[in-house]
Write a protein that binds this ligand. Structure first.
Ligand SMILES: Cc1cc2nc3c(=O)[nH]c(=O)nc-3n(C[C@H](O)[C@H](O)[C@H](O)COP(=O)(O)OP(=O)(O)OC[C@H]3O[C@@H](n4cnc5c(N)ncnc54)[C@H](O)[C@@H]3O)c2cc1C
Length: 420
């Protein structure tokens, strides 16, 4: 049996980016296996946040699909709405188009990408990893990269399928009514926290006069899929959007944990297979940033013959992306805690003059939040002084709707009849 240097499982952003990085290192014997055929659907908000621009540039990849550059974020909680200018625009893309474009760009470099062939099983042997596929083939590689998303077979191999509650995200795409103005702001609405959701609802503008809407729930409390769709519908109705029946589709995903296993001898995971951002549920930029660490580690392993990947988890954690993920995990545990404790942290996020700005800069990728610890401590100190007044302001905001509609776009959105 031929033993390839590398098999990459999955051709989403993580898999395409790892293949691109390996190509930059001159690693040529790479096979990427994708169980579907691009363009394939992927439930996603499509916000290219964080350091996506730098990640694409570092990988010699281009954003060459239609996208809408959103220059502002609007944060809502009840009657409180604040518009924050982003340090640089967040590009909202459609995942089927974006992922297909990445795959085409990587394939154009000569990388072998086989679609409609998924990995069904893998076994690590002394000198190789043996992989079985949905087409009945048995393949082997010196190293296997698990870039196979939230339901990763490689992750399951590493964790022994340990049970943990997933984050849940649901999304739908809706058209904007004919003749209505299209608002280019991204709405992050935390009002559903009042109804037991631990997360936020989003409305992102997409090109083609459509909006991408969805809800994210952090698993500190158990809320089922149908209930979350109900919360999404109710929350959207408040801002003037009707969610058609059966329009929202969801996905369980697992949050990044700095101590969760991400590698074993001859195996590494990356992207959603290694865990998403616990605070925001985002992961496209994360996947492409991590992929550089992964590609570097795999190229080094092939060159030195040391395929233990003993330092891989540490390398992921130490990279900028790892530091941001660890900080967001900590923030998520405060902000999305069960019971009433979240209120104290929500009032800090909403009412401190600095915190929303800092987070907006982090979302836009113009700042590394993990490098802003002094400013965060400053905000915390201010909060201790002002906690009581802010608590009152939060209670007041919880009582009502914003004056007028948060965006012109939202009041002008109508249901997608084709989707219902
Ligand atoms: C509703 C929702 C909204 C989101 N919104 C945003 C957002 O606005 N911004 C953001 O940055 N992130 C967002 N995310 C997260 C983002 O979608 C993921 O973090 C991102 O897709 C991770 O990329 P990936 O390549 O690791 O995984 P994926 O994109 O899931 O790609 C994995 C690939 O592997 C393939 N695969 C799976 N199993 C196998 C197998 N056994 N064999 C072969 N191939 C396999 C899959 O078909 C897929 O193509 C959202 C997620 C959800 C669910």
């Amino acid at each position: 049996m031929t033993v390839r240097d590398v098999i990459v499982v999955g051709a989403g952003p993580a898999g395409a980016a790892v293949a691109a990085r390996l190509h930059q290192h001159g690693v040529r014997d790479v096979l990427v296996l994708e169980r579907y055929r691009h363009p394939r659907e992927k439930p996603c908000g499509g916000g290219l946040t964080g350091h996506a621009d730098e990640a694409l540039a570092a990988l010699d990849l281009k954003l060459d699909v239609p996208h809408l550059a959103s220059p502002t974020a609007r944060v809502r909680f009840g009657s409180f709405v604040r518009t924050v200018r982003l340090g640089r625009p967040v590009n909202v893309i459609r995942r089927d188009e974006f992922d297909a474009s990445l795959v085409a760009q990587v394939r154009a470099r000569g990388v072998e990408i086989v679609e409609d062939e998924g990995v069904t099983r893998l076994a690590v042997e002394a000198d190789r990893v043996v992989v079985e596929t949905s087409r009945g083939r048995t393949l082997a590689a010196r190293v296997v990269v698990g870039a196979d998303g939230a339901a990763s077979v490689v992750r399951k191999h590493l964790t022994g399928n340990a049970k943990a509650l997933p984050h849940r995200l649901f999304k739908a795409e809706l058209p904007v009514a004919d003749g209505a103005a299209v608002d280019d702001a991204m709405l992050y609405d935390f009002t559903p926290m009042l109804r037991g959701v631990r997360g936020y609802l989003w409305v992102f503008p997409v090109h083609d006069r459509r909006v991408n809407v969805g809800i994210m729930h952090y698993p500190s409390t158990r809320v089922g899929g149908p209930k979350l769709i109900e919360h999404l519908g109710a929350g959207l109705a408040e801002v003037g959007v009707t969610l058609p029946a059966r329009a929202a589709h969801g996905w369980p995903v697992w949050g990044y944990h700095p101590r969760a296993p991400v590698s074993a001898p001859r195996l590494v995971t990356v992207g959603d297979a290694a865990g998403i951002d616990g605070l925001t549920g985002e992961g496209i930029a994360v996947a492409m940033e991590q992929a550089q660490v992964t590609g570097d580690a795999v190229a080094r392993a092939l060159a030195t013959g040391d395929v233990a990947f003993a330092g891989y988890r540490r390398a992921l954690r130490r990279a900028v992306v790892g530091r941001e993920l660890a900080l967001d995990r900590w923030l998520a545990r405060l902000l999305y805690q069960r019971g009433d404790g979240w209120r104290r942290w929500m009032s800090l996020v909403l009412f401190d003059p600095d915190v929303l700005e800092m987070y907006a800069a982090r979302v836009a990728g113009s700042e590394v939040l993990a490098d802003q610890k002094l400013r965060l401590y400053g905000a915390l100190a201010r909060h201790l002084w002002r906690a009581r007044g802010r608590g009152r302001a939060l209670r007041d905001a919880a009582g009502g709707l914003p004056a007028g509609s948060p965006t012109a776009l939202l009041s002008a959105t109508e249901p997608d009849r084709s989707a219902s």
